[in-house]
Design a protein around this ligand. Sequence first.
Ligand SMILES: NC(=O)c1ccc[n+]([C@@H]2O[C@H](COP(=O)([O-])OP(=O)(O)OC[C@H]3O[C@@H](n4cnc5c(N)ncnc54)[C@H](OP(=O)(O)O)[C@@H]3O)[C@@H](O)[C@H]2O)c1
Length: 304
Amino acid sequence: MTTRSAVTGAFSYTGKYITRLLLEQGQHVITLTSRKNDQNLFNGQVQAYPFQFDNPKALAETLHGVDTLYNTYWVRFDHHQTTFGSAVENTRTLIRAAKNAGVRRFVHVSITNPTPDSNLPYFSGKAQLEGDLKASGLSYAILRPTVIFGDEDILINNIAYLLRRFPLFAIPGKGDYQLQPIFAEDMAQLAVDAGQRKENLTWDAVGPEIYTFSELVQLTRSVVGSRAGLINLPPSLVLTLSRMIGFFVEDVVLTEEEILGLMANLLISAEVPTGHTSLRDWLHANANQVGRRYASELKRHYNA
Ligand SMILES: NC(=O)c1ccc[n+]([C@@H]2O[C@H](COP(=O)([O-])OP(=O)(O)OC[C@H]3O[C@@H](n4cnc5c(N)ncnc54)[C@H](OP(=O)(O)O)[C@@H]3O)[C@@H](O)[C@H]2O)c1
């Protein structure tokens, strides 16, 4: 019998890569999403259902017959009614619905180094949900990625965008804090591998290279042929500048919490790398495209 999987966000970023792999394996895939059914993607093979967090019974009905649920759902920052608090509650609803529907396995995308007492709600919310999932009785796999790079990435793409367009690029603080980016295809492969196992597990999802933030910006600058000067500024000033740029690109470019998360060295792992694709190689292979266009979070998720 064909395995039936559900992916949250199959038409968005990470979920799209996971879906592609599942379809290649001959699985039947449905998606939970706020988007309309996108018939152009995956040749219409993926049926879309609304999240229905406000109707847990209907959500459980949608998940009926699903073997593995791949959950990428989360928000990047608080915006209007959408908050980290609501994302935590929604994910709890999803976990309960999966349990009630008899889903065999729940693959959950978290973040590197989450802690329940973190002062950063992105990290504390993820830690709380890891605890909820472990207590749910579901068979689980928790994946903890750092920055995920790929065609639809926002962070590295927008660093390249700013380097292409402005004579100066502002680095918060010393720029000596580190990141260990993972390629979206590696992340998806890890998720699918984790989905097919039986034992409960928690894996960091990190690539083979560690960069300081300054090294990452320098690498991107050289790859896109930018001559922008790099300037180290206090984080508060970088935030003010990013808000000014945000006014022109009509987006939230960077949040205070993201700056604090970066500077707290939370986006690296002490474990053996689980991804193998080099960001350096990928950037060189994509030098002509990366950062040509600004990638807007508000456009992607708020139809701004
Ligand atoms: N991207 C990274 O560099 C990165 C780094 C570390 C961890 N992660 C984690 O990896 C997972 C996937 O991240 P991603 O960047 O690939 O996300 P994404 O594809 O842009 O979105 C993932 C899912 O969350 C939903 N979503 C996102 N923002 C939303 C909002 N403001 N309101 C309502 N729904 C929203 C999307 O809804 P639709 O289906 O309607 O689009 C989609 O189902 C997340 O759990 C994230 O925390 C990502």
